[in-house]
Design a protein around this ligand. Structure first.
Ligand SMILES: *[C@@H]1O[C@H](CO)[C@@H](O)[C@H](O)[C@H]1NC(C)=O
Ligand SMILES: *[C@@H]1O[C@H](CO)[C@@H](O)[C@H](O)[C@H]1NC(C)=O
Ligand SMILES: *[C@@H]1O[C@H](CO)[C@@H](O)[C@H](O)[C@H]1NC(C)=O
Ligand SMILES: *[C@@H]1O[C@H](CO)[C@@H](O)[C@H](O)[C@H]1NC(C)=O
Ligand SMILES: *[C@@H]1O[C@H](CO)[C@@H](O)[C@H](O)[C@H]1NC(C)=O
Length: 731
């Protein structure tokens, strides 16, 4: 074919498609292909050179029949929508590999880094199938960015509930907002002993929530599946509408409006009401001729189309509003003059009265609805329920109004920010009675976070302890809920141990006190409250310090009440890498001993001044717990202590604290001491050595201490252990 012919043919094809209304709505740039197989590709997306906005290129591979649209090499696109699109993403699988403690197989599930797309956190769920399955996901492919995971097992096929993914055969968890990459690790929960022949493999994948309903048959039929649908959000640029509108490459064409992307930065465009088409094209939004189709207008007689709107009227000689559901058009000659005058007069007076009342009522109702909505969305109902079930204990937390907190924080001024984290921002607030408080403003609230939020309010309002941060109340009227705490002025323990300007400022005496106080608070949570509470996220960043370095345990967002049937709680594994109990990590079975492990890591941090995860240590010792245990076993503890600790602590204290730390870090939960035992031991060490209540120091322990001074921990471990257990018994 000559170039001229092909050009003419192209023109003809473009003209032919342009006459079809459905095609016009899809809208590629003039002269650009707008389909690939049976999928429409609207601008800003495009498949040919010069046909897409920067970053929105796709590829159409016509060696398939019908041709297939691809986002990147391995991800086929199945649908493009207003603000998101659906792709086919791969599935991670693991069939009967012997359990080993070596490196896990890591499978990158989805990766859209370097594109304007993010994995939709609201429409996808991280899902795992199997009867012996631990599935973990990592953001950005880095083991240190542990995000979450879930555990699935089976009892027998009849225990599986079709349609529900509740940890039996199937488990699910949500992913954080704004992710572009998610890697998956799958492993066996119990070395394949719990595997059933109807479920030979484990699978893990991210999937569009609405398109996946778990069935028993999925456990084997997934063997034949290679992909699942995943939703990606897309947006133009990274700035909100008001900023982007000033820019030379603002994407929204005439007769369209801009909306902020709900899932991170950027914006999108939509046609104004009364217009249709592709808002990203120069003449994309075209007036809808409502009068052409009787079903799109409400006129009974005459319809006149305007740009963006239409009007109804009556033919000459008739009156009325001309609407099907209104008065229609009435022959004016049939109405006597008096009736018209009276009717119109009374009618309009009545209308004015009704409409002004209606306007006022509507406005008021809208405000109420909005507030109610926020209250509901923020779990107000759940909170009311849980507080009423707590009885008088719940009355301690107070509900603050939105204005009150706005005034207290100087309208959430930057200068009031105390700290920022994954959860949101903490502000310093000053209440009208001059009381200083800390106000936590969550980042976003989806449903799972609402539960955590309510959890925190309920758990904390039930706990009164000197070393647990006090909650004063919350505010539910705003879009994101706010929590009000007592103000703890001296920052976090992490800051004092690892902050650049704080190296070694905390003395051994204070560290020991902080450890003892934290242990006491945790022991209290584990045993002294109505139900045992497991904190689940014990770490130095959650230990706040007062002016005189009094420790206050904070952040109960992840904590759980343990019902009386102990050890039967299976939860989504949650916590912070480096502090996370390996047993809980593998089994998902939550007990108080998980907190004991995390506390062990805190103790190791206090002794060594090192971070829980550090890439400056040799690879197998990047984890502080392992580093610490190795040093203790090689009798090289003194070499890894922070210098000032080596100087200030007595030998007995060092030995005992090291011993407690070692036991807290036992791999098996049952070998760890209880928090109460730990608290008692640490309190005992704080007494001056000559204190009359302190147990007498036997000679053999003194000789062991001398041994440790020579660089080892002890020569006589067994004897020391005995000594140690009697210390508990005296408690
Ligand atoms: C495209 O075709 C495939 C099968 O050929 C079908 O499953 C799919 O639903 C179609 N998609 C659209 C958007 O029509
Ligand atoms: C199209 O798909 C086929 C089959 O997967 C592959 O061999 C080929 O390289 C693809 N073509 C392009 C242009 O990517
Ligand atoms: C679930 O569905 C499968 C078939 O899809 C059926 O064999 C099984 O009995 C169902 N289980 C329950 C508990 O309904
Ligand atoms: C798991 O099972 C395999 C073989 O069945 C065995 O060799 C291995 O030691 C087991 N691992 C553990 C941790 O129990
Ligand atoms: C978009 O967000 C910005 C702030 O991020 C706000 O100022 C602006 O009013 C929002 N625009 C729309 C249309 O929602």
């Amino acid at each position: 074919m000559s170039p001229l012919w092909s050009f003419l043919l192209h023109l003809f094809l473009v003209a032919a498609t342009a006459t079809e209304p459905a095609e016009a709505a899809a809208g590629a740039l003039p002269g650009c292909p707008d389909r690939c197989g049976n999928i429409t590709v609207p601008y800003p997306f495009g498949i040919a050179t010069g046909c897409y906005r920067r970053g929105f290129r796709m590829a159409c591979n016509s060696s398939y029949s019908p041709p297939k649209l691809f986002l990147s090499k391995n991800m086929a696109v199945s649908e493009i929508r207003d603000a998101d699109l659906v792709v086919e993403a791969p599935i991670a699988r693991n069939c009967y590999k012997p359990f080993n403690l070596g490196p896990d197989v890591e499978l990158t599930t989805v990766d859209v880094t370097g594109t304007p797309y993010t994995l939709s956190y609201s429409r996808n769920k991280f899902t795992a199938l199997g009867c012996d399955t631990v599935a973990l996901n990592f953001q950005g492919g880095n083991m240190f960015d542990f995000s979450s995971g879930c555990v699935s097992f089976c009892i027998d096929p009849s225990s599986i509930n079709n349609g529900t993914c509740d940890g039996i055969g199937c488990c699910q968890t949500s992913i954080p907002r704004g992710l572009q990459q998610l890697s998956t690790i799958l492993r066996s929960l119990s070395n394949h002993t719990g595997t059933f022949n109807f479920s030979p493999c484990s699978y893990a994948f991210l999937v569009e929530q609405d398109s996946f309903a778990f069935q028993l048959t999925d456990l084997y039929s997934f063997a034949r599946k290679s992909t699942v649908p995943v939703v990606l959000d897309w947006a133009i640029g990274s700035q909100p509408c008001d900023v982007a509108a000033q820019s030379w490459n603002y994407a929204c064409g005439p007769n369209s409006y801009c909306f902020n992307a709900t899932n991170g930065g950027g914006y999108g465009c939509r046609c104004n009401s009364g217009y249709q088409g592709n808002p990203y094209l120069p003449n994309g939004c075209q007036d809808i001729d409502e009068c052409a189709d009787p079903s799109t207008n409400t006129c009974s007689h005459i319809c006149t189309n305007y740009p963006g709107d239409y009007a109804c009227s009556c033919p000459r000689g008739t009156t009325g509003d001309g609407r099907k559901l209104g008065t229609g058009c009435i022959d004016s000659r049939k109405l006597p003059l008096v009736q018209i005058v009276l009717g119109v007069g009374l009618g309009s007076a009545f209308l004015i009265a009704i409409s002004s009342w209606g306007y006022w009522a509507l406005k008021k109702r809208r405000m109420i609805l909005l507030r109610e909505n926020f209250f509901k969305q923020n779990g107000g109902l759940m909170l009311q329920q849980r507080i009423s079930s707590l009885g008088s204990a719940g009355e301690r937390a107070r509900i603050f109004s939105a204005e009150e907190l706005e005034r207290a924080t100087d309208n959430y001024s930057e200068s009031r920010i105390l700290g920022k984290g994954g959860y949101g921002t903490v502000y310093k607030g000053i209440l009208p009675d001059k009381k200083v408080v800390a106000i936590k403003k969550s980042k976003v609230v989806d449903e799972t976070q609402v539960e955590q939020f309510i959890n925190e309010v309920v758990v904390l309002s039930e706990v009164i302890h000197r070393n647990v941060v006090k909650i004063l109340g919350c505010c539910l009227e705003t879009q994101v809920p706010l929590l009000v705490y007592e103000y703890v002025p001296n920052g976090t323990l992490t800051h004092h141990l690892h902050g650049d300007d704080h190296v070694s400022t905390v003395s051994w005496e204070i560290r020991l006190r902080i450890a003892a106080e934290t242990a006491g608070a945790l022991a209290y949570l584990h045993s002294a409250t109505t139900w045992p509470i497991v904190h689940r996220d014990v770490k130095t960043a959650n230990i706040l310090l007062d002016d005189d370095y009094t420790a206050k345990v904070s952040d109960f967002g992840a904590s759980r009440l343990i019902p009386l049937r102990r050890g039967q709680v299976t939860t989504l594994v949650q916590g912070t890498m480096g502090y996370l109990d390996p047993e809980y990590f593998q089994t998902g079975l939550l007990t108080e001993k998980s907190d004991v492990y995390s506390f062990g890591v805190v103790l190791a941090e206090l002794l060594t001044g090192q971070k829980p995860l550090s890439q400056t240590r040799p690879e197998e010792e990047q984890n502080l717990a392992i580093y610490f245990l190795h040093a203790v076993r090689r009798k090289q503890l003194l070499n890894i202590l922070e210098p000032r600790i080596r100087k200030e602590a007595s030998e007995e204290q060092l030995e005992m604290v090291a011993r407690v730390t070692e036991r807290c870090l036992s791999l098996r939960g049952e070998e760890r001491p209880t928090m109460k035992e730990v608290a008692v031991e640490l309190e005992r060490l704080r007494l001056p050595p000559s204190h009359p209540w302190a147990p007498p120091t036997p000679d053999r322990s003194a000789s062991a201490s001398r041994a440790s001074a020579r660089g080892g921990i002890s020569e006589d471990e067994n004897l020391l252990r005995e000594d140690y257990s009697t210390a508990y018994c005296t408690a």
